[in-house]
Design a protein around this ligand. Structure first.
Ligand SMILES: Cc1ncc(COP(=O)(O)O)c(C=O)c1O
Length: 402
C-alpha cells in the first residue's frame, strides 16, 4: 500500500535548515521571550500582518488562544450569546465557554458544511454579541454575508482561519480580513507550524490593543507600568515558537500552491463521478483537508460505506470529519463545566435555559452521519499519490453503485 505523507512526520512537513538556524539564533541571544526584548515575536506579527495586508497581528500560544483573544476583546457578559458552527474543532468553542458566554449553534449549508447565513440570522437575539465563522477545511465561509449581518446588528464577526491560510473570497480578499478579527493556528497539523501557536489579526486598533492585553495578563507593557488593566491570560508566544513560525511563514505560499495544484488534479478526476461533489474554487481554497459531499442516492452509498471501502484501499479518509457535532460532546451535552452548576446555560445569567443535544442542527448531523467524506491532504502529495487516490475512488464508486 502507498504511504501518503502526513503532517505528523518529516516527509509531510516543510522543516529545514532555516528553522534550525532560527532556533539557534534565538538561543544564542539569551532572549526566549519578547518581554525581555526578543525580536522574533514582533517580527512575526509584522510579517504576518503584511502578508494579509492588515494593520495589526497579535501572536499567541495556540489557535484556541487566538479565538480567545477575539472573544476576550468582545468582552461578553455571562450568559451573552455567541453564534458559531457545530462542525469545527472544539478550539472554536472553548473560548466562548471560558468567557462564560453561551455558544449558539447555527446550521450549515448541506453542500459545503459552511455556516448558513440565514440560520445565523434566525438565531440572533438581544444577547448576541458575536459570530464565529469557520473557514472549514480551507474553504471560504460566507463572511461577506455574515459581516453584513454583524454590522446590521452591531455585533462582532470573528473569522476562525485555523484551517484557512491564504483562503480567498471570489474578489481576492483573504480570509481573516473580512470580519473584525481573524484567528490562525500554528499547531502541528496546520499548513505551517511551530508545534503550537496562534495569530489574531484585525484592522481595528482598539480590538488589536484589547487582544494584546488579553494575551499578556492585561499588562500594558509599552507604558512600562506594572499594572493590569483588564482580565487576560498568559497566552504569550515564545521567541522559539516565533522563530520557527517566521521560517515556516516564508514557505507558506509554496505549501498552499502545492496543495491547490494536487487538489485540482483530484477534483478533475472525481468530478465526472455521479453523486460526488468536490470543492469549488480550488484556486482560492487552502485545502487543509479535501472534503467530498455525497449525494447518497446517486453515489450508491453513504459516507460510512465510502470511508470503509476507501480506507481498505489505503486511502487516508474519514467519514464526517467529527463523530458528532460539537454540541454532542459531554462537555456541552452533559454540561461538564463550572462544577456541574449549569452555569452559564441557566437563566439567569442566560436569557433562557440552553440545552444541547441531537436534532439541534439537522444539516450538520446529516453531513456527519451520511454525506461528508474528508480526505487527508498534504503539500508533499505527488501526482502519483493523487492518481492512486483517484483510481481507488473510481473503483469504490463503481462497486458501491453496483
Ligand atoms: C477550525 C479550528 N479552530 C480552532 C482550532 C484550535 O487551534 P489549536 O489547536 O491551535 O488550539 C483548530 C485546530 O485544529 C481548528 O481546526
Amino acid at each position: 500500500m502507498i504511504h501518503y505523507p502526513s503532517a505528523a512526520e518529516p516527509a509531510g512537513r516543510s522543516f529545514g535548515d532555516e528553522e534550525a538556524a532560527a532556533l539557534a539564533e534565538v538561543l544564542a541571544s539569551g532572549k526566549l521571550n519578547f518581554t525581555v526584548g526578543g525580536t522574533q515575536t514582533p517580527a512575526l506579527e509584522n510579517e504576518f500582518a503584511a502578508l494579509l495586508g492588515i494593520d495589526h497581528a497579535v501572536a499567541c500560544s495556540s489557535g484556541t488562544a487566538a479565538v480567545h483573544l477575539a472573544v476576550g476583546a468582545v468582552d461578553p457578559a455571562p450568559g451573552d450569546e455567541i453564534i458559531t458552527t457545530p462542525l469545527t474543532d472544539f478550539g472554536t468553542v472553548i473560548p466562548i465557554l471560558a468567557q462564560n458566554a453561551v455558544p449558539v449553534f447555527a446550521d450549515l449549508d448541506p453542500a459545503t458544511g459552511l455556516l448558513d447565513p440565514s440560520s445565523v440570522e434566525s438565531l440572533i437575539s438581544e444577547r448576541t454579541r458575536a459570530i464565529v465563522a469557520v473557514h472549514l477545511f480551507g474553504a471560504a465561509a460566507p463572511v461577506d454575508e455574515l459581516r453584513d449581518i454583524a454590522d446590521c446588528r452591531g455585533i462582532t464577526l470573528i473569522e476562525d482561519c485555523a484551517q484557512a491560510y491564504l483562503t480567498a473570497l471570489p474578489d481576492g480578499r483573504l480570509a481573516g480580513t473580512v470580519g473584525h478579527v481573524g484567528c490562525f493556528s500554528l499547531q502541528q497539523y496546520k499548513h505551517i507550524t511551530c508545534g503550537d501557536g496562534g495569530l489574531a489579526v484585525s484592522a481595528d486598533p482598539e480590538l488589536a490593543a484589547a487582544m494584546r492585553l488579553f494575551a499578556d495578563k492585561g499588562w500594558p507593557r509599552a507604558t512600562g507600568e506594572r499594572t493590569h488593566l483588564s482580565f487576560g491570560m498568559n497566552y504569550r508566544m515564545t521567541e522559539l515558537q516565533a522563530a520557527v513560525a517566521r521560517a515556516q511563514l516564508a514557505k507558506l505560499l509554496t505549501v498552499v500552491a502545492d496543495r491547490r495544484r494536487t487538489a485540482r488534479r483530484l477534483a478533475d478526476a472525481l468530478r465526472p463521478l455521479a453523486g460526488i461533489r468536490v470543492p469549488a474554487g480550488l484556486d482560492r481554497h487552502a485545502v487543509w483537508l479535501f472534503p467530498v459531499v455525497l449525494d447518497v442516492d446517486a453515489a450508491g452509498a453513504d459516507n460510512q460505506a465510502y470511508a470503509k471501502a476507501l480506507a481498505a484501499e489505503g486511502v487516508p479518509v474519514t467519514a464526517g470529519y467529527l463523530d458528532q457535532p460539537v454540541y454532542g460532546y459531554p462537555a456541552l451535552a452533559q454540561r461538564r463545566l463550572y462544577g456541574g452548576s449549569g452555569f452559564p446555560f441557566t437563566s439567569p445569567p442566560a436569557r433562557v435555559e440552553f440545552r444541547y443535544g441531537p436534532g439541534l442542527c439537522p444539516q450538520a448531523e446529516r453531513l456527519i452521519d451520511r454525506t461528508l467524506l474528508v480526505l487527508q491532504w498534504n503539500e508533499a502529495y505527488t501526482d502519483a499519490d493523487v492518481d492512486a487516490i483517484a483510481a481507488a475512488f473510481v473503483r469504490v464508486h463503481a462497486r458501491l453503485r453496483g
